[in-house]
Every structure is written in structure tokens, then in C-alpha cells.
Ligand binder design. Structure first.
Ligand SMILES: [Zn+2]
Length: 128
């Protein structure tokens, strides 16, 4: 059991390095402020994107698994969009300071639901 956990740890670290640190297209394609205090680090190297964008991109990747239940994700997408917007906007207006965990979670929920929900809405609109 310990070897499985160790293998998962190694795989996760390698995946995160390939996706968020060594991935040069991410630097050029995904424009993000990448502020050091709002970005994650792994082995002393900063991700090319902030914590929120880390969540959005990771969620979008995982959302492929949710495509079969896309019709059920329209409301969760609306709620996650409001949460993401509220977290970002209240920080932008200096009402409060968010943290990287909250940024990651709001980004992840948005990323997980965005693609399936938008496909579901598009499908509903096309079949009327
Ligand atoms: Zn970002």
C-alpha cells in the first residue's frame, strides 16, 4: 500500500511539472498575471499560471470525464461562475484577500463544469 501511495506521489509530481511548469505553450497561450504569491511552486519552480488558472485548467482537463452528465451541470456551472466571480471581484475591489486554496477550488469548480455545461446549453438551443 505504501508503494502505491509513493507511486501516486511521484506520478502526481511529474504530471504537475509537465502540465504547469515545463509546458512552454502554457506560457504563450494562457495569459495570466502569474504573480509569485498567487501561484504554486513545485521543487522551487513556479507554475506558469496562478492558482485560479491552475484550477481552471485542471478542471477543464477533468471535465472530459463529466461530459456524459453534461445536462446536470448547467446549474453547478452557474453557481461556480458566481463563486469564481465573487472571489475574484471582492479581492479586486479590496473588500477582502483570497488565498490560493480558495482560488484553486473556485477555479477547479468552474473548469470542471464550464465545458460540459456550455455543450449542454448549446445542444438544448440547437434542438429547439
Ligand atoms: Zn491566472
Amino acid at each position: 500500500m505504501k508503494s502505491i501511495a509513493r507511486w501516486l506521489q511521484i506520478f502526481s509530481k511529474a504530471f504537475l511539472m509537465k502540465m504547469y511548469v515545463d509546458n512552454i505553450w502554457l506560457y504563450y497561450v494562457w495569459h495570466c498575471h502569474s504573480l509569485p504569491d498567487r501561484s504554486f511552486n513545485i521543487e522551487g519552480r513556479q507554475f506558469h499560471v496562478c492558482a485560479r488558472c491552475t484550477g481552471i485548467l485542471g478542471g477543464m482537463l477533468g471535465s472530459i470525464l463529466l461530459l456524459p452528465i453534461q445536462k446536470h451541470l448547467i446549474w453547478p456551472f452557474a453557481v461556480s461562475t458566481v463563486c469564481l466571480g465573487a472571489d475574484g471581484l471582492t479581492q479586486l475591489l479590496r473588500f477582502r484577500t483570497s488565498n490560493n486554496t480558495l482560488r484553486l477550488m473556485t477555479g477547479m469548480s468552474f473548469g470542471l463544469t464550464a465545458l460540459p455545461a456550455l455543450i449542454a446549453v448549446g445542444s438544448l438551443l440547437c434542438h429547439k
